[in-house]
Write a protein that binds this ligand. Structure first.
Ligand SMILES: Cc1cc2nc3c(=O)[nH]c(=O)nc-3n(C[C@H](O)[C@H](O)[C@H](O)COP(=O)(O)OP(=O)(O)OC[C@H]3O[C@@H](n4cnc5c(N)ncnc54)[C@H](O)[C@@H]3O)c2cc1C
Length: 548
């Protein structure tokens, strides 16, 4: 047997396995009964999906899965006391930096009633939920699912991803999780898949120490969470705040210090800026564009990301955090004009790269920078200096990104950039379509040469700034459009009705087929492989004429 013949045999075997799997899933989700093997006990459970993590990613996924597979049963496990993931640990004055209308769960509004928004003299798409609104949104979702009996929620519980897989003799796998205090262990027979909703877990300042040493003898260090309860200094002295970092948390902190704590920005704030970021303008001349706008511009510019960034800056979709500076990094924060003005008011802005250490000598605090950054003396008495840790990278961490569909594991990696809900509702829908046998498997086999449609979706690594990586976003969107259902018009209707999808915004269109053709034509400049370029063409042909 030559290599081609072996490949064909393996391919058809995979096809048979896939088809058998589809049949058994169809029986479970469409017509058949529940295949319970042994009676459940409080600690011996059974479910279709065991979802680890109850943050924005997992909950958006579960929400869509439950809507699309009305018979599916889910166990939800999370270390936190309450749903909402990292939002539980966030500082009280945090808000979404993007509109609420595309965040949270597809099945319920986060922006509240549109009438109420208009009565507040605000368009619904200008609503940006605060911490308590976000937590209430997720909590009410989980509460309703639990009430319906379809979700069992295990807060304060931990799942160990390194546990060996134990296959059950009658199908499914046995998985264990335990209470965080170690007192209780649960075993779950998972009929379908384990869902890893921890992939995008961000690192936030409240939970991670400063990444450099600070002289332990007398420099106050806090996080934004502590600002609310700070006791005044004695003797009428005022604190001098050194805000370490200028991502979303750093900018929020600078704004809060001025607007709520009435701190004089000229005299009493120093802002440390390791790198000047590009920010998306919330209210710029062309309105918010989001990351899709950047990838489209990269494609237009033949893969030249820097040129694309400059072009978006020229158009007003992006702005440097400080007027007249050349940004060196783009991490997708969205910023309003009023916030830019607050940042510009800060009296001491230090742009010397990353801090190596903070030392105190007598009444002087020094910030020691890496490399050629040298040393900067804080312009305040040492006892008045307050370092505010805004250094953590949030969700933008350099780490290996696991594949989304990996056998009986679903990793909730991104397929597109932020907001996270768009990817997660789509992964939920793809999974539901796969379980119901609704994916266009014959198109994948005949036009793309792949037996398993799920294997075609590539996780998007947001930290990889290469054009090749950015093009995955359009390829994933093309796959969604072309194969989630046999008829792309059905998919488009679903996307238009889904509040987490950009297509739900009136008149939004991506000219996706055109972009897929362009990817194929500019393949070499973009670093896209021949196979992916061929796939792009096949996808473009299938969705031609549809308003994607
Ligand atoms: C300050 C801030 C503002 C942001 N603003 C926005 C915004 O405006 N728009 C936007 O799109 N994104 C925003 N983000 C990005 C944000 O990270 C995502 O929107 C989203 O909230 C991430 O959700 P997640 O479910 O991936 O992670 P998390 O919310 O961290 O949820 C993961 C959950 O998994 C649990 N967990 C982890 N390991 C285990 C285990 N082994 N066993 C059990 N449970 C486990 C954790 O306890 C956690 O609850 C912001 C991030 C930060 C830090």
């Amino acid at each position: 047997m030559n290599a081609m013949e072996s490949a064909a045999v393996v391919g058809s075997m995979l096809g048979i396995v896939f088809a058998r799997q589809q049949l058994s899933n169809l029986a479970r989700f469409v017509g058949g009964g529940k295949a319970t093997r042994e009676p459940e006990t409080p600690h011996r459970l059974e479910c279709d999906y065991l979802v680890v993590g109850a943050g924005a990613a997992s909950l958006a996924f579960v929400d869509t899965l439950l809507t699309e597979l009305p018979r599916a049963e889910v166990i939800l496990v999370d270390r936190h006391d309450a749903p909402g993931g990292h939002w539980n640990d966030a500082y009280d004055f945090v808000r979404l930096h993007q509109p609420s209308i595309v965040y949270g769960l597809a099945s319920r509004k986060l922006e509240g009633s549109w009438l109420w928004n208009f009565l507040q003299c605000r368009a619904p798409w200008q609503h940006r939920a605060n911490k308590s609104e976000i937590l209430a949104h997720f909590t009410s979702g989980v509460r309703d699912w639990v009430k319906s009996g379809r979700v069992r929620y295990y807060p304060r519980c931990e799942y160990d991803f390194s546990q060996p897989e134990a296959v059950h003799s009658e199908g499914g796998t046995l998985r264990r999780f335990r209470g965080c205090d170690g007192s209780t262990e649960y075993t779950a027979l998972v009929r379908h898949k384990v869902v890893n909703g921890t992939v995008g877990e961000p690192l936030i300042p409240a939970l991670c120490p400063l990444p450099f040493p600070v002289d332990p003898w007398g420099v106050e260090v806090i996080t934004p969470n502590d600002l609310n309860g700070l006791k005044p200094l004695g003797g009428g002295r005022k604190r001098h705040y050194v805000v370490l970092g200028c991502g979303k948390t750093g900018v929020d902190t600078v704004v809060y210090l001025q607007r709520k704590m009435r701190v004089d920005p000229k005299r009493d704030i120093t802002l440390i800026v390791p790198q000047v970021p590009w920010c998306y303008t919330r209210d710029g001349p062309r309105g918010p564009h989001g990351p899709m706008g950047l990838w489209a511009e990269v494609l237009k510019n033949g893969g030249d990301r820097d040129r694309a960034l400059r072009e978006l800056g020229r158009q007003g979709s992006l702005t440097p955090l400080f007027e007249g500076t050349e940004p060196t990094v783009c991490r997708y924060p969205v910023i309003g004009k009023d916030e830019l003005q607050d940042v510009a008011r800060v009296g001491h802005i230090v742009r010397r790269g990353r801090i190596r250490s903070v030392t105190r000598s007598g009444d002087q605090v020094s910030l020691n920078f890496r490399g050629r950054g040298g040393k900067v003396k804080v312009k305040a008495a040492a006892d008045d200096v307050c370092l505010v840790n805004c250094c953590a990278p949030g969700p933008l961490l350099k780490k290996a990104v696991p594949p989304v569909f990996d056998g009986n594991i679903i990793n909730l990696s991104l397929l597109f950039g932020p907001p996270v809900g768009f990817t997660m509702t789509i992964i939920g829908m793809i999974e539901a379509s796969a379980q119901q046998g609704l994916l266009d498997a014959s198109f994948c086999r005949e036009e793309i040469g792949c037996e398993d449609p799920l294997a075609l979706f590539a996780a998007y690594d947001i930290m990889d700034t290469s054009a090749r990586s950015m093009m995955e976003v359009f390829l994933n969107l093309g796959l969604v459009a072309a194969i989630m259902r046999k008829d792309p018009a059905v998919t488009l209707r679903w996307l238009k009705r889904n509040r987490l999808s950009m297509y739900s915004i009136p008149f939004v269109q991506m000219n996706l087929a055109e972009k897929l053709h362009e990817i194929s034509a500019k393949r070499s400049a973009l670093g896209v492989s021949r196979g992916k370029a061929r796939m792009a063409l096949a996808l473009a042909r299938k969705i031609e004429g549809q308003a994607f």
